[in-house]
Design a protein around this ligand. Structure first.
Ligand code: HEM
Length: 454
């Protein structure tokens, strides 16, 4: 039986660290769950500095965060570790590159994610929502793991908007190769971010394994085949990238550059959006009154249809729920930079090679920035103007802000609205997810819910 009485007053959170840990202890805690090493004080103070083999600072003060992400881009490039970690999978793509090599790629890719192009891709999102509804209905009275379900649905979307209809592209294989890589990568990055000394045991070094090499080769074949075809139908991201060029230099991407950027969209875009949705469903089951209001809105706007692009603007309460889920459980729980020069942030001295982290999870629950920070209150988003822009950074900010943010928001709204209009979701006793951050903030144990026809 679904249990609706078990909701505690607050949705699940990770108990933050209250005592000072030694090097080995922090490394062990970090390997288990990086949020476990964010000190509780990060939700109270503007900055915390420390040393765990390497000097680091955690920054929670909006003005200083703006300096790092917006004003001093070249002084604070992405941390070397993140880059080394992801390079074997996504090359020197937009996500990783710095300086001129980043700039020309950003200029080339930006028009691909224009409002018009993102809107044009919405039928693919509606189709994925419909397929997901069919799978959930087929489960009948069995509980559904909405985490796995959303990983499947968002992979359908990203595969269809990158390599739509390419017969040579084996989706299952690519999905598998990427997931394996990311889960191995996540374990290593945390040790390295903290500057783990070499003697600390750690998982074997990452190599670009056989599965990833095969995935890249398939992607290359699909790109080369597509380049010779005549365009038909709505252009997908590959068509748009193939047609794109740097507006400044006229330079076009090579096959390898195209492949690395498409792989980046898959890596950066699919799990993050799935997590946003999985956490949103968890919160809706946690608060059935909010769920009822969401369903009322979806029914009033959709009138029995599946959601499409024209509905997105009118689904304002559902948008609030997604924004609140991104606040409480930001998929990118930590943004990390390496300082290039000496600087002062919030009165602390920053030295070259220091790691500057922005713990988004703690920022989003900071006592000075949020009222009732741990509560699930989607209505707080009715007054967006009152929220400090740099207190809420699920997509980062500044020139390196997530390029797929509006794509992800549109996808999440379409899928959530469609499913909530068809099903009533309820929590299952003893099946609470636990937030665990490896590379992203995941609900460990899954989001198991009972879904009944609404
Ligand atoms: C809810 C879903 C998503 C979340 C929470 C998210 C989060 C983020 C964050 C926090 C960053 C900045 C990282 C940093 O500054 O260190 C970022 C960058 C990026 N994201 Fe997303 N993302 C999402 C969806 C997507 C999608 C759907 C795509 C593409 C299809 C995408 C592609 C990228 C790319 C290419 C960058 C690097 C941009 C650059 O450095 O110029 N993301 N994302």
């Amino acid at each position: 039986m679904p249990d609706t009485t078990l909701s505690p007053r607050l949705p699940v959170r990770v108990p933050l660290e209250t005592k000072k840990l030694g090097i080995l202890q922090s490394l062990q805690a970090a390997q288990a769950n990086i949020i476990g090493i964010i000190p509780e004080a990060a939700t109270q103070l503007p900055i915390i500095s420390g040393r765990t083999a390497k000097r680091w600072h955690m920054l929670m003060e909006p003005r200083a965060i703006r300096e790092v992400l917006m004003e001093k881009l070249d002084q604070y490039p992405k941390s070397v570790v993140t880059k080394n970690l992801l390079k074997p999978a996504i090359g020197e793509s937009l996500f990783i590159a710095e300086g001129a090599h980043w700039r020309w790629q950003r200029r080339t890719v930006a028009p691909v994610f224009s409002h018009r192009n993102v809107q044009a891709l919405s039928p693919i999102m509606t189709r994925a929502a419909d397929r997901s509804a069919e799978r959930i209905a087929a489960a009948g009275k069995r509980a559904v793991n909405m985490l796995d379900e959303m990983v499947g649905a968002t992979f359908d979307v990203i595969a269809d908007v990158t390599f739509s209809g390419d017969a040579s592209f084996d989706r299952r294989n690519i999905h598998h190769a990427i997931d394996e890589y990311i889960s191995a990568a996540g374990k290593i990055s945390i040790l390295d971010v903290l500057g783990a000394p070499d003697w600390v045991p750690r998982p074997s070094r990452l190599r670009s394994g056989q599965a990833m090499r095969e995935a890249k080769a398939q992607a290359d074949r699909a790109i080369e085949a597509r380049a010779t075809e005549d365009a038909t139908g709505t252009p997908d991201l590959l068509d748009l990238l193939l047609a794109g060029e740097d507006p400044k230099s006229g330079r076009k991407m090579t096959t390898a550059e195209l492949r690395d950027n498409l792989m980046t969209f898959i890596v950066a875009g699919h799990e993050t959006t799935a997590l946003t949705l999985a956490w949103s469903f968890y919160l809706l089951a946690f608060d059935p009154a909010v769920q009822d209001r969401a369903r009322e809105e979806a029914n009033a706007v959709l009138k029995g249809r599946s959601a499409s692009r024209t509905d997105v603007e009118r689904l304002t309460f559902i948008r609030n729920i997604i924004d609140e889920a991104l606040r409480l459980y930001p998929p990118g729980g930590m943004i990390s930079r390496t300082a290039m020069t000496t600087d002062q942030l919030c009165g602390h001295e920053i030295l070259p090679d220091d790691t500057v982290m922005i713990p988004i999870y703690a920022l989003h629950r900071h006592a000075a920035l949020w009222e009732k920070p741990d509560a699930f209150l989607p209505d707080r988003w009715d007054d967006r103007e009152s929220i400090d822009r740099y207190a809420y950074l699920p997509f980062g900010d500044g020139p390196r802000i997530c390029i797929g943010a509006s794509f992800a928001r549109q996808e999440a709204i379409i899928i959530l609205a469609t499913l909530i209009s068809r099903f009533r979701f309820s929590a299952i006793k003893g099946r609470q997810p636990k937030p665990v951050m490896i590379l992203t903030l995941r609900p460990e144990g899954g989001v198991w819910l009972q879904a009944e026809p609404a």
